[in-house]
Design a binder for this molecule. Structure first.
Ligand SMILES: [Fe+2]
Length: 138
């Protein structure tokens, strides 16, 4: 495993679920919320701290990502506390999709390539290991 491969595969999983939302299927929203909570947690606990310490040029991208996580987490917790029949439920899910798609693009276009070229294969494997352990602990 490799930290970036792991994070990208989580991005693909959540994108697939958002496609269902695009088609009006809101039954997947709880699954999306759970997946995003998990994804944000392993990024915040393991990946971002490593990037801050070891890829200092990407510090500002990490800070931006953390701000985006705050918005995503707020939307997730609002959706989790809402009745799916509420008029605002679909609107909130759509705004969540837009935010997450932006976040994914930014990470995959800017952050991940810079991290990959700086950290190297061995360190990325170590980070994947730490992230998987972090996920189990939850
Ligand atoms: Fe991410």
């Amino acid at each position: 495993m490799d930290a970036i491969v792991l994070l990208r595969s989580q991005h693909r999983d959540v994108e697939k679920l958002f496609k269902a939302v695009d088609k009006g299927d809101l039954s997947v929203v709880p699954e999306i919320c759970a997946a995003l909570e998990e994804h944000a947690r392993i990024e915040e606990d393991v990946f971002y701290p490593a990037v801050r310490d070891e890829v200092p040029d990407e510090m500002s991208t990490v800070l931006e990502s953390l701000e985006e996580h705050l918005i995503v987490k707020r939307l997730v917790s609002e959706l989790q506390g809402m009745d799916p029949d509420d008029d605002a439920y679909e609107a909130k899910a759509t705004v969540l999709a837009e935010n997450v798609r932006h976040h994914v693009r930014e990470e995959e276009d800017e952050l991940f390539p810079a991290v990959r070229s700086t950290l190297g294969r061995k360190r990325l494997a170590e980070l994947a290991e730490l992230m998987q352990r972090d996920a189990v602990r939850a």
